[in-house]
Design a protein around this ligand. Sequence first.
Ligand code: TMP
Length: 206
Amino acid sequence: MSGKFITLEGIEGSGKSTSLETIQSFLESRDIQYITTKEPGGGPIGKELRSMLLNKESKISSEVELLLMMADRRNHLDNIVLPSLEKGTWVISDRYLDSTYAYQGGGRGIDISKIDNLVNLLNIPLPHLTLLFDLSPVIALERAKNRSELDRFEQEPLVFHGRIRDEYLRLSELHQERIKIVDSSLNFDEVESQVKETLSNFLDEE
Ligand code: TMP
């Protein structure tokens, strides 16, 4: 049996990483073999790409940023994601393709059709399930600021993060079967139970 590919998405500080533990405990309780990974930076060339992409000193245009994200993704797929899925191991990735639509499309303003072309060129598959952690950028950025020093994306103004959220919400309308929204404005227990319920529904449908 091939494994399932689940991705976590949302703006900075939306709580996706916090929910990773909930997801891990859920999968363990069902005896499901899984790995966790992330983008950018999940593949063998990812460490260097991630530091180029997040470093505030990097002088890269939006188009170069897009190409680096996509190169990182194909390398991640070839070396980590697809071999795991073929073995029947589930893959949980903190960010994936929807981040490119949201950040480079929504945030940077690159034409969505250009991203679609790259997706076709590189033959990028869609995940089976995506949890979209949705939160107002005002609250999310406050959280991100309190966490650590801001990276190249986090230091962008509020409107940038607002456009990213809007694009995520547009994607969730477009792919209602795959993208499930988690309301991150609720308290921890409520977020946790939404995550568990989403996973449980997903398993029931399999
Ligand atoms: P994070 O791993 O701490 O969330 O940081 C990764 C940053 O990279 C985050 O700001 C979102 C951004 N990003 C994109 O702009 N496009 C992408 O395709 C991906 C995967 C991430």
